[in-house]
Design a protein around this ligand. Structure first.
Ligand code: CO
Length: 211
Protein backbone atom coordinates (compact mmCIF):
# COMPACT_ATOMS: atom_id res chain seq x y z
CA UNK A 1 0.00 0.00 0.00
CA UNK A 2 1.22 3.51 -0.83
CA UNK A 3 1.70 5.89 2.12
CA UNK A 4 -1.02 8.25 0.85
CA UNK A 5 -3.48 5.37 0.55
CA UNK A 6 -3.15 4.84 4.28
CA UNK A 7 -4.41 8.39 4.79
CA UNK A 8 -7.56 7.61 2.83
CA UNK A 9 -8.11 4.40 4.78
CA UNK A 10 -7.63 6.22 8.09
CA UNK A 11 -10.11 8.83 6.91
CA UNK A 12 -12.78 6.18 6.33
CA UNK A 13 -12.16 4.71 9.77
CA UNK A 14 -12.29 8.16 11.42
CA UNK A 15 -15.54 9.16 9.68
CA UNK A 16 -17.18 5.88 10.71
CA UNK A 17 -16.03 6.27 14.31
CA UNK A 18 -17.27 9.86 14.61
CA UNK A 19 -20.58 8.93 13.00
CA UNK A 20 -21.04 6.14 15.50
CA UNK A 21 -20.21 8.27 18.55
CA UNK A 22 -22.16 11.34 17.44
CA UNK A 23 -24.64 10.59 14.62
CA UNK A 24 -25.43 14.33 14.08
CA UNK A 25 -21.79 15.47 14.00
CA UNK A 26 -21.33 15.92 10.24
CA UNK A 27 -24.88 17.19 9.66
CA UNK A 28 -24.42 19.82 12.37
CA UNK A 29 -21.01 20.99 11.14
CA UNK A 30 -22.00 21.05 7.49
CA UNK A 31 -24.75 23.56 8.25
CA UNK A 32 -22.91 26.11 10.35
CA UNK A 33 -19.38 27.20 11.25
CA UNK A 34 -19.01 29.47 14.30
CA UNK A 35 -15.44 29.28 15.56
CA UNK A 36 -14.35 31.74 18.28
CA UNK A 37 -10.71 31.59 17.26
CA UNK A 38 -8.53 32.36 14.29
CA UNK A 39 -5.20 30.52 14.55
CA UNK A 40 -2.19 31.75 12.59
CA UNK A 41 0.46 29.09 13.02
CA UNK A 42 3.58 27.62 11.45
CA UNK A 43 3.20 25.07 8.65
CA UNK A 44 5.48 22.73 10.62
CA UNK A 45 3.85 19.28 10.70
CA UNK A 46 4.61 18.93 14.40
CA UNK A 47 2.31 21.79 15.42
CA UNK A 48 -1.28 20.78 14.58
CA UNK A 49 -3.55 23.53 15.95
CA UNK A 50 -6.51 21.36 16.91
CA UNK A 51 -4.55 18.51 18.43
CA UNK A 52 -2.39 20.61 20.75
CA UNK A 53 -5.36 22.65 21.96
CA UNK A 54 -7.75 19.70 22.32
CA UNK A 55 -10.28 21.36 20.02
CA UNK A 56 -12.72 19.75 17.61
CA UNK A 57 -13.50 20.50 13.95
CA UNK A 58 -15.54 23.72 13.88
CA UNK A 59 -13.79 25.37 16.83
CA UNK A 60 -10.71 26.97 15.26
CA UNK A 61 -10.33 28.70 11.89
CA UNK A 62 -6.78 28.02 10.78
CA UNK A 63 -4.16 29.69 8.62
CA UNK A 64 -0.63 28.35 8.51
CA UNK A 65 2.53 29.44 6.73
CA UNK A 66 6.29 29.14 7.22
CA UNK A 67 7.15 30.76 10.59
CA UNK A 68 3.60 32.10 11.16
CA UNK A 69 4.10 35.48 9.51
CA UNK A 70 1.56 38.28 9.10
CA UNK A 71 2.67 40.16 6.01
CA UNK A 72 0.68 43.15 4.88
CA UNK A 73 0.84 42.24 1.18
CA UNK A 74 -0.06 38.56 1.68
CA UNK A 75 -3.48 38.32 0.04
CA UNK A 76 -3.91 34.79 1.35
CA UNK A 77 -3.40 35.74 4.99
CA UNK A 78 -5.44 38.94 4.66
CA UNK A 79 -8.35 37.10 3.05
CA UNK A 80 -8.39 34.61 5.91
CA UNK A 81 -8.20 37.45 8.44
CA UNK A 82 -10.95 39.43 6.71
CA UNK A 83 -13.25 36.41 6.56
CA UNK A 84 -12.55 35.35 10.14
CA UNK A 85 -13.02 38.84 11.60
CA UNK A 86 -15.87 40.18 9.48
CA UNK A 87 -17.90 37.07 8.67
CA UNK A 88 -17.11 34.47 11.30
CA UNK A 89 -16.80 37.21 13.95
CA UNK A 90 -14.01 35.49 15.85
CA UNK A 91 -13.32 36.78 19.35
CA UNK A 92 -9.63 35.94 19.44
CA UNK A 93 -6.80 35.85 16.93
CA UNK A 94 -3.88 33.70 18.02
CA UNK A 95 -0.44 33.83 16.43
CA UNK A 96 1.30 30.65 17.54
CA UNK A 97 4.98 30.10 16.84
CA UNK A 98 7.09 27.24 18.13
CA UNK A 99 10.52 26.84 19.65
CA UNK A 100 13.02 25.27 17.27
CA UNK A 101 11.23 26.76 14.25
CA UNK A 102 13.15 25.89 11.07
CA UNK A 103 12.05 29.08 9.33
CA UNK A 104 13.31 31.25 12.18
CA UNK A 105 16.57 29.28 12.35
CA UNK A 106 17.05 29.70 8.61
CA UNK A 107 16.48 33.45 8.84
CA UNK A 108 19.43 33.81 11.23
CA UNK A 109 21.80 32.00 8.89
CA UNK A 110 23.53 33.64 5.95
CA UNK A 111 22.75 30.76 3.63
CA UNK A 112 21.17 31.47 0.25
CA UNK A 113 17.86 29.58 0.27
CA UNK A 114 17.14 30.81 -3.27
CA UNK A 115 14.43 33.03 -4.67
CA UNK A 116 11.10 32.72 -2.90
CA UNK A 117 12.35 31.41 0.44
CA UNK A 118 14.90 34.22 0.70
CA UNK A 119 12.06 36.65 0.10
CA UNK A 120 9.89 35.10 2.79
CA UNK A 121 12.66 34.75 5.38
CA UNK A 122 13.68 38.39 4.87
CA UNK A 123 10.66 39.33 6.97
CA UNK A 124 12.12 37.46 9.96
CA UNK A 125 15.54 39.06 9.42
CA UNK A 126 13.73 42.39 9.74
CA UNK A 127 12.35 41.26 13.12
CA UNK A 128 15.93 40.43 14.16
CA UNK A 129 17.09 43.88 13.12
CA UNK A 130 14.45 45.56 15.27
CA UNK A 131 15.63 43.56 18.31
CA UNK A 132 19.30 43.29 17.33
CA UNK A 133 20.71 44.58 20.61
CA UNK A 134 18.89 42.01 22.75
CA UNK A 135 19.49 39.12 20.34
CA UNK A 136 23.18 39.83 19.66
CA UNK A 137 23.79 39.61 23.42
CA UNK A 138 22.56 35.98 23.51
CA UNK A 139 25.56 33.78 22.67
CA UNK A 140 23.90 30.35 22.76
CA UNK A 141 22.48 29.74 19.28
CA UNK A 142 19.48 27.71 20.46
CA UNK A 143 18.50 30.30 23.07
CA UNK A 144 18.95 33.06 20.49
CA UNK A 145 16.65 31.27 18.04
CA UNK A 146 14.06 30.63 20.73
CA UNK A 147 14.04 34.28 21.78
CA UNK A 148 13.67 35.32 18.14
CA UNK A 149 10.72 32.92 17.90
CA UNK A 150 9.07 34.83 20.80
CA UNK A 151 9.91 38.25 19.35
CA UNK A 152 8.69 37.15 15.93
CA UNK A 153 5.31 36.16 17.38
CA UNK A 154 5.10 39.53 19.12
CA UNK A 155 5.90 41.42 15.91
CA UNK A 156 3.25 39.45 14.03
CA UNK A 157 0.69 40.50 16.66
CA UNK A 158 1.76 44.13 16.00
CA UNK A 159 1.36 43.47 12.27
CA UNK A 160 -2.22 42.31 12.88
CA UNK A 161 -2.96 45.46 14.90
CA UNK A 162 -1.65 47.61 12.05
CA UNK A 163 -4.31 46.30 9.63
CA UNK A 164 -7.49 48.27 9.04
CA UNK A 165 -9.35 44.94 9.31
CA UNK A 166 -8.43 44.63 12.98
CA UNK A 167 -8.69 48.36 13.76
CA UNK A 168 -12.20 48.58 12.27
CA UNK A 169 -13.40 45.57 14.29
CA UNK A 170 -11.86 47.05 17.44
CA UNK A 171 -13.65 50.35 16.83
CA UNK A 172 -17.07 48.92 15.98
CA UNK A 173 -17.27 45.69 17.95
CA UNK A 174 -14.52 45.76 20.60
CA UNK A 175 -13.06 42.50 19.36
CA UNK A 176 -10.97 40.45 18.66
CA UNK A 177 -8.26 40.21 21.30
CA UNK A 178 -4.86 39.33 19.87
CA UNK A 179 -2.58 36.70 21.39
CA UNK A 180 1.03 35.70 20.80
CA UNK A 181 1.84 32.15 21.88
CA UNK A 182 4.81 29.84 21.52
CA UNK A 183 4.50 26.06 21.48
CA UNK A 184 7.27 23.86 22.85
CA UNK A 185 8.12 20.89 20.63
CA UNK A 186 9.98 19.29 23.55
CA UNK A 187 7.20 19.37 26.15
CA UNK A 188 4.02 20.00 24.15
CA UNK A 189 3.19 23.08 26.21
CA UNK A 190 2.06 26.47 24.92
CA UNK A 191 3.57 29.58 26.51
CA UNK A 192 1.62 32.84 26.12
CA UNK A 193 4.23 35.53 25.42
CA UNK A 194 2.18 38.54 24.40
CA UNK A 195 -1.39 39.80 24.51
CA UNK A 196 -3.09 42.81 22.97
CA UNK A 197 -6.66 43.53 24.06
CA UNK A 198 -9.14 44.88 21.53
CA UNK A 199 -8.87 48.67 21.32
CA UNK A 200 -5.23 48.91 22.39
CA UNK A 201 -3.51 51.97 20.97
CA UNK A 202 -0.44 51.34 18.86
CA UNK A 203 2.13 53.66 17.28
CA UNK A 204 -0.04 56.53 15.93
CA UNK A 205 1.74 56.26 12.60
CA UNK A 206 -0.24 53.07 11.98
CA UNK A 207 -3.61 54.15 13.38
CA UNK A 208 -6.39 55.02 10.93
CA UNK A 209 -8.52 57.92 12.17
CA UNK A 210 -11.34 57.72 9.61
CA UNK A 211 -12.46 54.10 9.76
CO1 CO B 1 8.16 26.60 12.26
Amino acid sequence: MQTYEKLLLENKAWAAEVQQEDPDFFKRLSQIQTPDFLWIGCSDSRVPADKITGTQPGEIFVHRNVANLVINTDVNLLSVLDYAVNHLKVKHVIVCGHYGCGGVKASISNHDFKYVLNMWLRNIKDVYRIHREELDAIKDEELKTDRLVELNVMEQVFNLAKTSIIQRAWKNEQRPDLHGWVYGLKDGLIKPVYEMKAGTHIDPLYEYDDL
